[in-house]
Design a protein around this ligand. Structure first.
Ligand SMILES: Nc1ncnc2c1ncn2[C@@H]1O[C@H](COP(=O)(O)OP(=O)(O)OP(=O)(O)O)[C@@H](O)[C@H]1O
Ligand SMILES: [Mg+2]
Length: 457
């Protein structure tokens, strides 16, 4: 029987919970304050602790800390007041499994408890298997962000990394879909196996097919030997199907079959090969809309969406921006041997107010440019070159704006914009543009650009 410890100074909550959980066949203990609760936890070693935050003696945070010291695998669920978002976030950051709000809703409570206990069982099983994360992993794959939206993403990563269910990750370009896929892979049961990424846009249909499933010798012209596909190479690890929306109808059928039957054939081959890898798919399009438009198979969509993670755009979690900025500055400084670490208030404001159509990737690139341009340790506003984006409004939100101009015109206009923004400092401009100084000079001449008059277009 699983043991649950309830800690709350409110007697009526203790009684209600105890009565209800006993009926559900759990062994229940309860304590009226934090210290008593901690003592009980030491002797009873519960599977789950449900604790209030505000209590005399030791509060919920203290309880959480002590429980995690007793055994980091005991899950702690926090009971919070509705207006107490701040402590909820803090509790989640300090390792609480989840939170439930007062007044308690029995159905929600039941599900949360079941999940917590299930998750503990799995993590107990995994315990011996999952080793320490390497430092390199931490550096390359750390997801930054403390907003509730990101906390939700972390929670989902935690939930799904202990099993092999198929995952669909959706989010705008640059929101960190691949990073999330890697986090799932490296934090769970797949971590000691390969992570194999396939970009579904990169190749023609037949090449993609052989890339995914492999081919046998002689399957088509030029196939002079057997080749393993990515599904096979992934072994018991993860196969990451990036830009899944781009897969042709034909391949969609094949993928569906693989997901259903857990086996596949090489191109031109006859033997069925078992598929052991976990599939994670990602897309920056709304698959449900493609399904509606008849461009993506509904059955495949549901197969992929067994567990789905939506990553919100950066502009919907602007409180993460300061953390991301300092994370990227560390990374960029290291790479460029610079030391830009002072961020004026108005720069933070500027970054928080930008629309970030390219999300975290755009932020990272903007900071990279700014560091290149910086001559001391201050991140100056004038070095932050923001992409001009018109905020899509209402109806045309999902329609990307197309400008019917030639590449040459675009080149000309872009160079002029950068030069103007930099007050015609050509030394800075050529670095930003990624071309040599002589090339910049020849382009200025070719396009007859000058700082004085407004370019006629
Ligand atoms: N939360 C985050 N914390 C730290 N770095 C992040 C975060 N999100 C994204 N990044 C960084 O931003 C860049 C873009 O992330 P990623 O490639 O995972 O995005 P994506 O959603 O796959 O984009 P696309 O749809 O364009 O393929 C990467 O350099 C990644 O390391
Ligand atoms: Mg990607």
């Amino acid at each position: 029987m699983e043991k649950i410890l309830i800690i709350d100074d409110d007697q009526s909550i203790r009684n209600t919970l105890t009565g209800y959980l006993k009926k559900q066949d759990y062994e229940v203990f309860s304590a009226a304050d934090g210290l008593e609760g901690i003592e009980l936890a030491k002797t009873e070693l519960p599977d789950l602790v449900i604790t209030d935050i505000r209590m005399p003696g030791a509060d919920g945070f203290e309880v959480l800390k002590c429980i995690k010291e007793i055994d980091p695998h005991i899950h702690v669920i926090i009971i919070t007041a509705f207006d107490d978002m701040h402590s909820t976030v803090k509790a989640m950051q300090q390792g609480a499994y989840d939170y439930i709000e007062k007044p308690l809703e029995i159905d929600k409570l039941k599900i949360t408890i079941q999940r917590a206990l299930e998750n503990k069982k799995l993590s107990d099983e995994l315990n011996s298997f999952v080793g320490e994360k390497t430092e390199e992993y931490e550096l390359k794959n750390t997801l930054i962000g403390k907003t509730p939206q990101m906390k939700q993403v972390y929670k989902k990563i935690g939930q799904v990394s202990t099993s092999r269910v198929t995952v669909l990750i959706q989010g705008e370009s640059g929101t960190g879909k691949e990073l999330v896929a890697r986090a799932i892979h490296y934090s769970g049961i797949t971590k000691n196996h390969p992570f194999v990424a396939v970009n579904c846009t990169a190749l023609t249909e037949s090449l993609l097919e052989s890339e995914l499933f492999g081919h046998v010798k002689g399957a088509f012209t030029g196939s002079i030997r057997d080749k393993k596909g990515k599904f096979e190479l992934a072994g018991e690890g993860t196969i990451f199907l990036d830009e899944i929306s781009e897969v042709s109808p034909n391949l969609q059928v094949k993928l569906l079959r693989i997901l259903q039957q857990k086996e596949f054939e090489k191109v031109g081959g006859e033997n069925l090969i078992p598929m052991k890898a976990r599939v994670i798919a990602a897309t920056n399009k709304r698959l449900s809309e493609l399904v509606k438009a008849g461009k993506f198979r509904e059955d495949l969509y549901y197969r992929l969406k067994v567990f789905s993670i939506d990553i919100p755009p950066l502009r919907e979690r602007i409180d993460d921006i300061p953390y991301l900025v300092s994370h990227f500055l560390n990374k960029i400084n290291l790479e460029l041997h610079k030391n830009v670490n002072k961020i004026p208030e108005d720069v933070t404001e500027l970054l928080k107010n930008h629309f970030w159509i390219g999300n975290v990737r755009e932020l990272e690139n903007t900071l990279m440019q700014a560091v290149v341009l910086s001559s001391d340790d201050v991140l100056l506003k004038e070095n932050i070159l923001l992409r001009k984006t018109e905020q899509p409004s209402g109806a045309d939100k999902h329609v990307s704006k197309v400008e019917y101009i030639s590449l040459e015109d675009l080149d000309k206009r872009h160079i002029k914009n950068i030069l103007d923004a930099l007050k015609w400092d050509k030394n800075k401009a050529h670095k930003i543009l990624g071309i040599s100084l002589p090339t910049l000079y020849s382009k200025i001449e070719h396009y007859k650009l000058s700082p004085f008059e407004k370019e006629a277009d």
